[in-house]
Ligand binder design. Structure first.
Ligand SMILES: [Zn+2]
Length: 82
């Protein structure tokens, strides 16, 4: 599974998050609570997809429930997907 990035103490890390609808058959797990971000028909659920960068290099992609993303206090800015 994904390694923790909490050990990163220096360097210019940043991230870029996008809210978008959960797709049917989604298997991706939430990086915060580790549960699968499930598609629920008619529920209009969204997920947060967050690309993280460090020193200008793409590091990884993290997925979150919107609530988990807020709880994680992730230092980022957010664009709303159209
Ligand atoms: Zn979660």
């Amino acid at each position: 599974m994904a390694a923790s990035i909490s050990t990163i103490e220096s360097g210019s890390s940043s991230s870029h998050a996008i809210f978008r609808p959960v797709q049917p058959g989604n298997w991706q797990g939430c990086y915060h609570c580790l549960e699968t971000i499930e598609f629920v028909p008619g529920a209009g659920r969204t997920q947060v997809t967050c690309k993280t960068y460090r020193d200008g290099t793409w590091l990884q992609v993290e997925h979150y429930h919107p609530d988990c993303y807020a709880e994680s206090g992730h230092p980022t800015y957010v664009d709303s997907a159209a």
